[in-house]
Design a binder for this molecule. Structure first.
Ligand SMILES: [Zn+2]
Length: 358
């Protein structure tokens, strides 16, 4: 019998054999998903339009994919579902525009909250931390989900526009987008995957994986990425790169005078406009504005044959272990800086009511 493994399956097996078995063999999935995943796939879809220069507006594609998405094979309306769990850093009030704030005010009043938007979201976030998302009262869930979704939507739009400005000019030729690769190990097992992009980047044919992340990638992350190395081998392309869109928006806050239009110096602490007009201090009220920027890093590497052999040998071994039914627990991966393993409760508390079979 031969086995078919994707890059993410290999990754999962190496994180924890039992998590692999629950996910791929028993097909158990968390009922909820993360805002990061929904955002990532909506951005991927939009970037494909940017790269292929189709007639579709990338932002429209993003809007649609971010609004309606499938969670465990069921389509959901993302702004209102409680099946998406957001991370602490997702919410950033400063990014909301007037329409967003009006929408939130409206829902807030409907639900009967006397506090302001920020206070409600903070309270919901504290309830989530203290009791877990599933135990948060529905009306708090509703406000918290919408507020976070609106922020991520703004971040997504900023990221797509930043990609257009910063990355698209560096790409002179696109060979393929979302190309499927398939490799065969000596035991005739298959390794499959989808390559985000193969393109001339700064004039060099490169295998590219677009990532959205809230942290910076290490300089050597591309050179030791099993994913990029597998793709490099499959396509016979030596140059690889991660393009990392940082989700932490750089806001460049500025204060502009509502009376004379004067722009305060960076870091100014004046409470009112300090501009002098005809020898008199203006003292107009400030309007706080942001000039948001997205940091995009390109992390490049060249892959040699030794690295390819290392990764391919490893993949072949994993395939062989899976075929023998060997699924070893990695108890060090239950709780990491990225959060809890989806199967944490199943393993440690013998409870699986947060899981469903797909
Ligand atoms: Zn002024």
């Amino acid at each position: 019998m031969t086995n078919k493994l994707s890059h993410s399956a290999l990754n999962k097996y190496q994180t924890c054999g039992v998590a692999y078995k629950y996910h791929y063999v028993d097909r158990l999935r968390e009922r909820v998903t993360s805002g990061a995943l929904i955002l990532g796939s909506a951005i991927d879809a939009a970037l494909n339009e940017v790269l292929l220069k189709t007639e579709n507006d990338p932002i429209d594609v993003f809007e649609k994919k971010f609004r309606f998405a499938r969670i465990n094979n069921k389509e959901q309306y993302i702004p209102e579902t409680d099946l998406v769990v957001y991370a602490e850093k997702d919410f950033d009030y400063d990014l909301l525009d007037e329409a967003d704030i009006a929408q939130l005010e409206n829902i807030k009043n409907q639900l009967g909250f006397p506090e302001d938007i920020k206070e409600v979201v903070t309270k919901a976030s504290n309830l989530k931390k203290q009791y877990g998302w599933k135990n948060v009262v529905p009306k708090y869930k509703r406000m918290y989900s919408l507020a976070n979704w609106l922020c991520l939507r703004q971040k997504g739009i900023l990221m797509i526009n930043a990609y257009k400005e910063q990355i698209a000019p560096k790409i002179s030729k696109v060979y393929s987008v979302q190309e499927e690769i398939s490799l065969e190990t000596p035991e005739k097992d298959k390794i499959i995957g989808f390559v985000d992009l193969v393109a001339d980047l700064d004039g060099v044919k490169t295998i590219i994986d677009n990532k959205t992340s809230s942290r910076d990638y290490d300089l050597d992350s591309a050179s030791v990425s099993p994913q990029l190395i597998l793709y490099s081998f499959a396509l016979g392309v030596r140059d690889v790169a991660f393009i990392v869109l940082n989700k932490n928006v750089i806001k460049n806050k500025t204060k502009v005078c509502t009376v004379c239009g004067y722009k305060a110096a960076k870091g100014s602490t004046h409470r009112k406009c300090c501009n002098e007009v005809n020898g008199l201090r203006c003292n107009g009220e400030w309007l706080e504005k942001i000039d948001p920027r997205i940091k995009i890093d390109i992390v490049k590497a060249q892959i040699d044959q030794e690295k390819q052999e290392l990764v391919l040998d490893n993949a072949a071994q994993i395939n062989s272990l899976i075929k023998q039914g060997i699924f070893t627990r990695n108890l060090n991966s239950c709780k990491t800086s990225y959060g809890l393993c989806p199967y944490y409760n199943k393993c440690w508390n013998k409870k699986d009511d947060d899981l469903e079979q797909v």
